[in-house]
Write a new protein. Structure first.
Lengths: 316, 436
């Protein structure tokens, strides 16, 4: 007999790997990416490519500086792509490149790389760009015109001029907005694909979108408009479900979704911005460690004392 | 039909039961056997024979005065060649043992059969101990001890575990298909000893033929107390806690025994061994071992306890391709061996994996996907325990119920970052127990 390999059990692993999950997310983003390019033209495609390349390059350099090996695991591609999808289609390419570089360098690698970041890197990139170039970040292109006629987003029209946009346009995506957030149907296709593959927990998007719908309805708004307009679908299916920055328990994910939903409605109805998805997720990202600390599954053979297991009652 | 409860989480690995349709074959008589003196939970045995002495198959050659222990028997007839204090056990310990060379005659020494209808409980328990019976599902806890619950613990239900949820293994499956009457008779003895009037035999529904054969046997026996249940196939269904939850919707309180909630779980092979000891006077010297994986001819072999692994692998045509791992047990819970070891009472499977399947995957950073949390049957947060144990923050591990982990390995099986989670949890548990 040759030399035997010894390792602890289990001796079989399933075939799901980081790469497999990451590339599935990229595949799931193809419909909405395609819609974005179709509605907003070739410049949108340039923005997308710029963001992805900038993200990859930044990650490569950052990891080399950190003395670590660069692994093409697809996570930087996702960050670049997701950032591009929540940028205005007409954004100058150099701004897009800086946004992606900032997202990777400061929101991901500075925290220790994949698995260690607290905030969603793509949304940090977007928040950074919004703060730095507010005008460029709120200059919207009219869909299917391809010649950069500026206009307002459905949420902007609703907030500033009290003009409603038909739901069918919001579902299909021929409205102005960020590259990848206008077509609810295209996002839903990708989201359902990930849920069917069990890479995404359905609880997060359901509780998030559900909370927005219920709150909007209670507060006398059109719930359909509020869930379809803006970046809610993209955020709910692809950003609030991002593994690293959201809770790991199913109950925690519901809390995350409900919390983010409340913040979205508060920002949209009370705050100064017409849209609040980006900040709602970033704020809930900050709560994630707290949620994970206090919301735990019930352990077999241990009676639950209360919903929240406090770390104070040790030894019970 | 009973309405079933479900245990939390669980996984569905490919079942790989390639030997499910293969009848049990008698293995060749080994040229020599190594009878380890410590095959069970509890005190090791002391040898009762000397080097050079002649022994018969079934002759008791080791015993202990301790209550929690089980004697060992020679599984072949022959001569004691060596009594050694340092032999490698398949569960990775060095234990004393007796090496016996076969004389090829296979003469056996039997005990007298006893009639369970007239025998006292004490007699039956003494017989179960004398026959060296231990839990054959893998735990190897002395059965006579398990059947004597402490004062004041009232057992109301016996569950016979025929779920065999581990991939690859089919030893219990074949036993239920081929000798269901012996299993039922053995269960009968268990229930009489404990004065229990409710018994279940739980079998995963990927073994339809076993369920049918066991139902027929229960009918033949006419025992109205016993019910055969078809359980949903999901790993780790065969773990006692999961089984009790599914069948009775009771939970063993954290840190206590199943007899605290009135339940006793036994493996089907243990029941069959009890039958042999009581009705036929045959001690536990052979059992069914599934030899499977990357061997040329995977088989279910009726083997003498103490047969070296390599003999059995050779009997199955040797390995297919380059050998990577030889595992004692199944792919989820088994122990990888580093040399030729003998089988022990609790060895139900020898799994050979080729080099490709044995490759240890590269570990990556945790991405907090939470899949390990969703599959944990105990409701733990494996990723957090893994990180805390790695950082030696054992106090916090306790706060996260690390000691409740049953080490089923589901978390490690599903981890996309291929982190050896359960290994780190085991490390944490060991350290905590060492410090207590």
């Amino acid at each position: 007999m040759p030399e035997l390999i010894v390792s602890p059990s289990p001796h079989i692993r399933n075939e799901v790997s980081i790469e497999k999950i990451m590339y599935s997310v990229i595949i799931a983003l193809i419909p909405t990416t395609a819609c974005g390019v179709y509605f907003f033209g070739v410049h949108a495609l340039y923005v997308i490519i710029t963001c992805i390349l900038s993200a990859l390059f930044t990650e490569y350099v950052a990891l080399r500086l950190m003395g670590r090996k660069f692994v093409m695991d697809g996570s930087a591609v996702i960050t670049g792509l997701l950032l591009a999808l929540c940028l205005p289609p007409g954004l100058p390419l150099w701004m897009a490149a800086i946004g992606a570089a900032f997202a990777i360098a400061f929101a991901k690698c500075a925290f220790g790389g994949l698995g260690h970041n607290i905030f969603n890197p793509a949304l940090i990139g977007r928040a950074f760009l919004t703060a730095s170039w507010p005008v460029a970040m709120t200059t919207w292109t009219k869909p299917l015109t391809y010649d950069a006629i500026t206009t307002a987003t459905p949420l902007g029209l609703w907030k500033m001029q009290h003009i409603a946009t038909p739901s069918i346009n919001l579902a299909l995506g021929n409205v102005s907005g960020c590259i990848g957030e206008t077509s609810a149907i295209a996002i839903l296709i990708g989201g359902v694909f990930l849920i069917a593959k069990r890479y995404t927990d359905w609880r997060t998007p359901l509780s998030y979108i559900g909370t927005v719908a219920v709150l909007a309805f209670v507060l006398g708004q059109d719930p359909i408009f509020h869930i379809l307009a803006g970046g809610l679908f993209l955020g709910a299916f692809f950003m609030a479900t991002e593994y690293v920055t959201t809770p790991i328990t199913s109950k925690g994910r519901i809390i995350f979704g409900v919390g983010a939903g409340i913040i979205v409605v508060v920002i949209r109805l009370i705050g100064g911005y017409p849209e609040g998805v980006c900040f709602s997720i970033l704020l809930m990202n900050a709560f994630t460690p707290l949620i994970d600390r206090h919301v735990r599954p019930r352990v077999y053979g241990v009676k639950r004392k209360s919903f929240f297991v406090s770390s104070a009652n040790k030894g019970d | 039909m009973l309405k079933f409860n479900r245990f939390r989480g669980g996984i569905h690995p490919p079942d790989s039961k390639i030997t499910a349709g293969k009848p049990i074959e008698k293995a060749k008589l080994p040229a020599s056997v190594i009878i380890l003196l410590h095959q069970h939970v509890g005190a090791p045995c002391k040898p009762l024979v000397k080097e050079g002495e002649e022994v018969k198959a079934g002759q008791k050659i080791g015993d202990s005065d301790s209550f929690v222990s089980a004697p060992v028997h020679s599984s072949i007839s022959g001569v004691v060649r060596e009594i050694s204090t340092q032999l490698l056990s398949p569960i990775g310990r060095e234990v004393p043992g007796i090496i016996i060379e076969s004389d090829g005659r296979d003469e056996s020494a039997k005990m007298e059969a006893i009639a369970p209808a007239t025998a006292s409980k004490r007699e039956i328990l003494a017989r179960i101990r004398e026959a060296g019976i231990v839990g054959l599902g893998g735990a190897a806890f002395p059965t006579s001890v398990k059947l004597s619950p402490p004062e004041g613990k009232e057992i109301d239900t016996v569950i016979l575990n025929g779920s065999e949820c581990e991939p690859y293994i089919t030893a219990d499956h074949r036993l239920m298909v081929e000798q269901p009457d012996k299993v039922v008779k053995g269960m009968n003895v268990i229930m009489n000893v404990l004065d229990v009037d409710k018994g279940f035999i739980g079998i995963e529904d990927n073994k339809k033929d076993a369920i049918r054969r066991m139902r027929e046997a229960v009918e033949r026996e006419g025992d109205k107390r016993i019910e055969v249940l078809s359980l949903k196939t999901k790993y780790p269904q065969g773990e006692a806690g999961s089984l009790i939850k599914t069948i009775l919707n009771r939970e063993t309180p954290s840190g206590s025994h199943s007899y605290d909630i009135g339940v006793l779980v036994q493996n089907v092979a243990t029941a069959k061994a009890i039958h042999d000891a009581v009705f036929e006077g045959v001690p536990l010297i052979e059992r069914v071992v599934t030899v499977t994986g990357d061997v040329k001819e995977p088989k279910n072999l009726l083997t003498r306890i103490g047969t070296p692994f390599y003999d059995l692998i050779k009997e199955c045509g040797g390995s297919k391709g380059d050998v990577g791992k030889i595992v004692c047990g199944g792919s989820m819970l088994g122990v990888a061996e580093f040399e030729n070891v003998p089988t022990i009472k609790s060895t139900g499977c020898i799994l050979v994996l080729d080099r490709e399947k044995s490759r240890i995957p590269e570990e990556r950073a945790c991405v907090r996907c939470g899949i390990c949390v969703s599959v944990c049957p105990t409701g733990l947060m494996p990723t957090i325990l893994e990180k805390l144990a790695r950082e030696r923050r054992f106090e916090e591990c306790m706060d996260y119920h690390i000691l409740d982990c049953m080490e089923c390995g589901s978390c490690t099986y599903v981890c996309p970052s291929k982190i050896p989670i359960v290994q780190l949890i085991r490390y944490g548990k060991e350290e905590i127990k060492r410090r207590e």
